[in-house]
Design a protein around this ligand. Structure first.
Ligand SMILES: C[S@@+](CC[C@H](N)C(=O)[O-])C[C@H]1O[C@@H](n2cnc3c(N)ncnc32)[C@H](O)[C@@H]1O
Length: 386
């Protein structure tokens, strides 16, 4: 368990259906399998993060597999780097499409996969999606058996400790009741200058801009999907034994104040979510990997041409992140052909364009029954310096 108490920072123990810290702060695990670790006084609004509408739009769109090439790219990059029984923390996990894919890929190696998002609606959906994966992979049955035997062992201590915690929480009035890739070689040169600035990320995250030296090397062709390797470093891979059973955990929490133990994760992922680099550095083990996905230059350029009179391209950059070095940068692009009006609008609703598009632009998009666009992403794979 890598989650820790958001109030005092003490480690958690899982007792019955609750997480309890040494100072007796208790957080219930919801029936759908997540825990709310965002104390009310730390939430900036009643329902922080993505709204129900945005979360449902993302669920609808991603479930139809439109971004599957990206998902496969993420899994491939993690696969050779995750140690046996390794720990993955998906920050800003949303409704859990990528978290569930990681669980499905790595549970049998004994991986523990954690997802965190500030939106309770998103986390609830993510926990339910992961439960289905657990059932599909047989891990749910193993977990239930383990729970039964743990319960027999510790019934007495549960009784005593939970009594105390409930009392304390009532006194503190803390609401902690939670329900959870053209064969082609390209060389690009940039000029080693770093300029820190916020960068608008069409999928919702905020980052920094840098110009540095970079080589674009090998690419492999898989149908129409293009994956470029932008700068590589050697790394070792481990062999895995099949048969361990891992687990999936979710929490409502902010990435800027992660209720996660120091140096506890082997891999931290952030797919289009706000970038909390110092927290990611803190929670990663030395030598751990940080996988960060941002939109490429021409990501959704057709949609933007419909929405705006002057669509812009995203800028590519490789910021310097203190305490990290680049292991690899991969560019994934593929054609995105959407032939359902509903899916076009789902895609729109899950992007920040949803918030900042003039009405006429939205009306133009609504009039479309087919969208032929480009999906383009960069996956930055960084490694925490030892
Ligand atoms: C563009 S979505 C990406 C979701 C998911 N990674 C995906 O690609 O499907 C960004 C997510 O970040 C979450 N978010 C925004 N601010 C956050 C914060 N401070 N801490 C944690 N999550 C946050 C939102 O609720 C939303 O689910």
């Amino acid at each position: 368990m890598i989650f820790r108490c958001p109030i005092c920072g003490e480690e958690f123990e899982e007792i019955g259906k609750s997480f309890v810290c040494k100072k007796n702060h208790l957080f219930d695990i919801s029936s759908s399998g997540y825990v709310n670790l965002l104390p009310v006084h730390k939430a900036n609004s009643k329902a922080p993060g993505d709204s129900e509408e945005m979360v449902s739009a993302r669920r609808n769109f991603l479930s139809k597999g439109y971004y599957e090439p990206l998902m496969r790219g993420i899994i491939e990059l993690i696969s050779s780097r995750l140690p046996r029984s390794g720990i993955i923390l998906d920050c800003g996990c949303g409704e859990g499409y990528y978290t569930a894919a990681m669980a499905e890929a790595f549970l049998e190696r004994g991986a523990n996969v954690y997802g965190v998002d500030i939106s309770k609606t998103a986390v609830k959906k993510a926990a339910k999606r992961a439960k289905l994966v657990m059932e599909k992979t047989g891990n749910e049955t193993v977990k239930q058996e383990e729970n039964k035997s743990d319960k027999n062992k510790s019934d007495k201590s549960v009784e005593g400790r939970i009594d105390g915690k409930i009392k304390e929480n009532a006194e503190e009035k803390i609401e902690e009741r939670a329900e959870g890739r053209t064969e082609e070689r390209i060389e690009k040169k940039f000029e080693g200058r770093t300029e820190e600035k916020n960068r608008g990320n069409p999928e919702g995250s905020v980052g920094e801009k840098t110009e540095g030296e970079i080589k674009v090397k090998a690419e492999e062709k898989h149908g129409e999907e293009t994956v470029e390797t932008v700068g590589t470093a050697d790394f070792g891979s481990e062999s895995f034994e099949v048969g361990d059973s891992g687990d999936v955990f979710f929490a409502v929490a902010s990435v800027y104040d992660l209720p996660v133990n120091d140096e506890s994760a082997d891999v931290v992922t952030d797919v289009f979510s706000p970038l909390a680099i110092s927290e990611y550095r803190r929670v990663l083990k030395n030598g751990g990997f940080f996988l960060y996905v941002v939109p490429g230059e021409r990501h959704l350029i057709e949609m933007k041409s419909t929405l705006y009179d002057r669509p812009y391209e995203n800028e590519f950059s490789m910021p310097d992140y203190d305490g990290f070095y680049y292991e690899k940068v991969e560019k994934i692009s593929f054609p995105l052909i959407i032939e359902e009006k509903e899916d076009i609008m789902s895609l729109f609703n899950m992007t920040p364009y949803f918030w900042r598009t003039p009405r006429e632009g939205v009306e133009r998009l609504k009039g479309k029954s087919r969208l032929e666009d480009t999906a383009e992403f960069y996956i930055y794979l960084l490694r925490k310096s030892v």
